[in-house]
Ligand binder design. Structure first.
Ligand SMILES: COc1cc(/C=C/C(=O)O[C@@H]2O[C@H](CO)[C@@H](O)[C@H](O)[C@H]2O)cc(OC)c1O
Length: 443
């Protein structure tokens, strides 16, 4: 199916014309199932002719690309006011990475956001097939937007997107080697608090919980002793019991940022009642006594507002959403089939960086979902030599985090005070980091 796109000059709830160029559209990526991926494209607010183009993916899998646009690195945000019906208001966010890069926010895998398959079979994707669809998307998008083909191109994203981004970059790099048209100018990739390998993530979730004072020395030591390095499939009762105890203690706090209030993430109740549909709670750990409406001072309040905004007809018309494709918009949809079929992405990290692609791996340092210790550990396992040893990186005369640079243009950086989605918690620091890295400056 042919691609379709629309220039969006006004958005409901935004006062006046948008002060940036926004285009939305669909790109067909699979004929048999009628699969089309939906995107939001924001042109760089600096020098779009030469600035990098960044494809931004959200985790989940199947969180909408809109999460990246409105909550992470894009130029809009919700006005956080108590919701009492009607259309939530949005405003301009100056700390947007579109200040130095054009960004494509993509709803991928199919089923997320407004991406859809005419035949429900099209939703049966996994790591490999959804990554191939992103490659098809990019080939078509660049064919339709040839003016951006010579710009440096990067792929970025967080959490589960960080798991598939090296695979997508691998596919693109193989296309480049075969001189496939359109020839994409891939320069590298960046991933934040990226999911990598379960055993790394869980074992360091435990040591990080210990370091943050969530579990005691005694519990920590007992778990290390009885689990013998396997925290995914406990081999004895003692270990299993300790892991339950640890998860119980972690459930007292917000594991996406240990210092923040524990909040319900999504699932506004009023939609349940009005449309008679069931919302799924985003995280199984959130099923407890919490009300389904987050408090106004919760960092998830904007997520809550997004459901009302997105499911309003005026918004859908403005965005050019095809009627009858997606019922209700959900920020992170659960319950669709997904095959976690890629055992590890470390081989792709290794392959891409040794072949000259630049890589930035960053970690919000207060996240327990993908803790920085876990990320540091797999990076070390690559066995690259250090070219710029561990040091603070600064913003406004203060340490904004710590960083270490390896050969093969691989940089690791922490974001002091950041959580699972670092730009959401520390927008200034993340903006500075991204600007320096994208402009080829040291952090
Ligand atoms: C399938 O296996 C795993 C998946 C994840 C995914 C987390 C994730 O994407 O979080 C979401 O990130 C996005 C940001 O990309 C946020 O917007 C969402 O709120 C958040 O839920 C993590 C794991 O272990 C640490 C796994 O083992």
């Amino acid at each position: 199916s042919p691609s379709s796109s629309k220039v969006v000059t006004h958005l409901p709830g935004f006062d006046g014309p948008l002060p940036f160029y926004l285009e939305t559209g669909y790109v067909g990526v699979e004929e048999e199932t009628g699969t089309e991926l939906f995107y939001y494209f924001v042109k760089s607010e600096r020098s779009p002719g030469t600035d990098p183009v960044l494809l931004w993916l959200t985790g989940g899998p199947r969180c909408s690309g809109f999460t990246g646009l409105a909550f992470e690195v894009g130029p809009i945000k919700y006005v956080l006011a108590p919701y009492s019906g009607g259309l939530p208001q949005i405003e301009y966010k100056p700390l947007s990475w579109t200040k130095m890069a054009s960004i494509i926010f993509l709803d991928s895998p199919v089923g997320s956001g407004f991406s859809y398959a005419r035949d429900p079979k099209g939703n049966e994707v996994g790591d490999y097939s959804s990554s191939l669809q992103v490659q098809t998307f990019l080939n078509k998008w660049f064919t339709d937007h040839p003016q951006y083909l010579s710009n440096p191109f990067y792929i970025g994203g967080e959490s589960y997107a960080g798991r598939v981004i090296p695979l997508i970059a691998q596919y693109i790099s193989e296309g480049i080697e075969k001189m496939q048209q359109p020839l994409i100018n891939l320069k590298g990739y960046l991933v934040g608090n990226p999911v990598t390998e379960k055993n790394y993530d869980i074992s360091f979730r435990i040591s990080s919980a210990h370091g943050f004072g969530i579990i005691s020395d005694q519990i920590y030591e007992a778990a290390m002793k009885s689990c013998k390095g396997d925290f995914v499939n406990p081999t004895n009762q003692l270990c299993a019991g300790l892991l339950r105890k640890i998860e119980n203690l972690i459930s007292e706090i917000s594991d996406g940022h240990v210092l923040y209030k524990k909040c319900v993430l999504d699932a506004p109740k009023p939609f349940d009642d009005a449309l008679g549909r069931k919302f799924l709670l985003e995280e199984s750990t959130q099923i407890n006594a919490l009300p389904s409406r987050p408090d106004l001072d919760c960092f998830t309040y904007g997520y809550y507002l997004s459901y009302f905004w997105m499911n309003n007809n005026s918004t859908r018309n403005a965005l050019g959403i095809k009627e009858g494709t997606i019922g209700e918009w959900v920020r992170c949809i659960k319950g669709l089939p997904y095959a976690f079929d890629m055992p590890s992405n470390i081989p792709y990290h290794l392959n891409l960086t040794t072949r000259g692609y630049r890589a930035l791996v960053y970690s919000g340092d207060h996240d327990l979902i993908v803790p920085l210790l876990s990320t540091q550990a797999w990076i070390r396992s690559l066995n690259f030599s250090i070219v710029d040893d561990w040091r603070a990186w600064h913003l406004d005369g203060q340490a904004a985090g710590f960083t270490i640079a390896y050969t093969n243009n691989l940089t690791f950086a922490t974001i002091k005070g950041g959580g699972h989605t670092a730009p959401e918690y520390q927008p200034k620091e993340c903006f500075a980091m991204a600007r320096r890295w994208l402009d080829n400056e040291p952090l």
